[in-house]
Design a protein around this ligand. Structure first.
Ligand code: C2E
Ligand code: MG
Ligand code: MG
Ligand code: MG
Length: 280
């Protein structure tokens, strides 16, 4: 009633606010049902060795198909983390990535690594370890790797460290993702069992033009290699970047220059073509 007596601007402001709240509420509700409604889609982005462009594996990247459009994980994962939908969503992702890796490894006769992103919120949730144990039993051929960002160390470092150790001991290789953003600390590399380091796209994007960024990349590669980690450069979009990274000895290249994310169902065919290309 107060609204009706208010000025025009006030009413408009309120309606807009109402609409925003309503949209958010709908998104929230829909997200809770996304798994049950079978609206999640698993995409995969291949990564390659820079010298020969041979596909070595892929990163699983989730999308949400809502009203015929694909919603990006950057939008809905944070929402899912807040409303708890992340638990069933993450279960679905891990299960489907394992299923795909297992089937492809079986068909091709060599392990096809698929890496899965585990956000800091899921990481702290109980159930992740038993979920991973479950897929070990269900899909013994699956080659699943786990990507975490530095965010997992916010808060209780000791618990995070114990988690990582357990995951590693279960036979899931660990990658530190988006390295260089957030609160990068060298102690993470020293103290925890990472086997792969992924250099964040923000260092790659202008490394050709900016010597300081290039130097950081080169130093990170050298440090990681000293510690026995393999290095992936993410977000590689042009040949000049690729040439520099190759000269630095980067192990894997992931980026639009070679492959964009595509439905994971297409990955087996891609790896069939790109795995043997240039080998024989
Ligand atoms: P991320 O793990 O760093 O994944 C890489 C992102 O960079 C992907 O965006 C990928 O499409 C994009 N990318 C790859 N190559 C290039 C390139 O050459 N140029 C540009 N401009 N972008 C490139 P995407 O798929 O939108 O995912 C964004 C983020 O959302 C991911 O960053 C990851 O943190 C999160 N995410 C994606 N899938 C999942 C998931 O299944 N679970 C969780 N927890 N998070 C996920
Ligand atoms: Mg990732
Ligand atoms: Mg990344
Ligand atoms: Mg990233």
């Amino acid at each position: 009633r107060a609204r009706e007596t208010g000025g025009g601007t006030y009413r408009l402001f309120n309606r807009t606010l109402d609409e925003q709240v309503k949209r958010q509420f709908e998104l929230d509700n829909d997200l809770r049902q996304a798994v049950a409604r079978d609206e999640l889609r698993l995409f995969a982005q291949a990564y390659v060795t820079p010298a020969d462009g041979i596909v070595r594996g892929a990163e699983a990247l989730v999308r949400w198909e809502r009203d015929g459009a694909l919603v990006s994980p950057g939008e809905f994962i944070p929402l899912a983390e807040r409303n708890g939908a992340i638990v069933p969503i993450s279960e679905w992702i891990v299960e489907n990535a394992a299923k795909a890796s297992s089937a492809m490894s079986d068909h091709l006769g060599f392990p096809v690594p698929i890496s899965v992103n585990i956000s800091a919120v899921e990481f702290r949730s109980t159930g992740l370890l038993s979920r991973l144990e479950g897929i070990r039993e269900l899909y013994p051929l699956a080659a699943i790797e786990i990507e975490v960002t530095e965010g997992v160390f916010a808060g209780d470092m000791k618990t995070a460290g114990a988690y990582l150790k357990t995951i590693d001991e279960m036979g899931f290789p660990l990658a530190i993702d988006d390295f260089g953003t957030g609160y990068s600390s060298l102690s993470y590399l020293r103290d925890f069992p990472f086997s792969k380091l992924k250099i964040d796209r923000s260092f790659i994007v202008d490394m050709v033009e900016r010597p300081r960024h290039r130097d950081i990349v080169a130093a990170t590669v050298a440090l990681a290699h000293h510690l026995g980690l393999v290095v992936t450069a993410e977000g590689v979009e042009d040949q000049a970047q690729n040439d520099l990274l190759k000269a630095m000895g980067v192990d894997y290249i992931q980026g639009y220059l070679f492959h964009k994310p595509a439905p994971i169902e297409l990955f087996e065919d891609l790896i069939r073509r790109k795995r043997y290309e240039g080998q024989s």
